[in-house]
Write a new protein. Sequence first.
Length: 169
Amino acid sequence: MQLAPASYPLRGLQGMTGPDAGVKKAAFLLNTPIDMDSTSSAAWYAQLAKPFFAPPAWIFGPVWTVLYLVIAISFGFVLVQTLRRRLPFAVLLPFILNLLFNAVYTPIQFGLRNNGLASVDILLVLGTLLWAMAAIWRRARWVALVNIPYLLWVGFATVLQLSITWLNR
């Protein structure tokens, strides 16, 4: 008996069995490299039809390295200020959701190889980033301003992901 159709978005998790299956599934969902072969993921991504404006694959690593530093600083500031009760949880919430949606993008796109679900996820990353920037604007404007490069990249990444999804439908 098949419990889920073949198009089930988390089908990559179904094959993970054995005594360590729970750990593998958690690691997969938390964007860790367990059971994610980067060579086959790179080959899969390389064969996708891409728009003319798609950057070379090597650019993503350096860009995200810088952006993760910005994300860590801004999220860290908001988290500390919330824990000190200087900011309400409502300001922290979009930052938490943004981190969550950002973290699951790679396992969805490269682990599950699901362009449709990755498109939904990148839209959630963009939406929660805009929400986070708006939520912090009146209280710590610098946090919103340092996230402008992240916003520009996520905006570009959203257009890229939606284009890739459309071209590979």
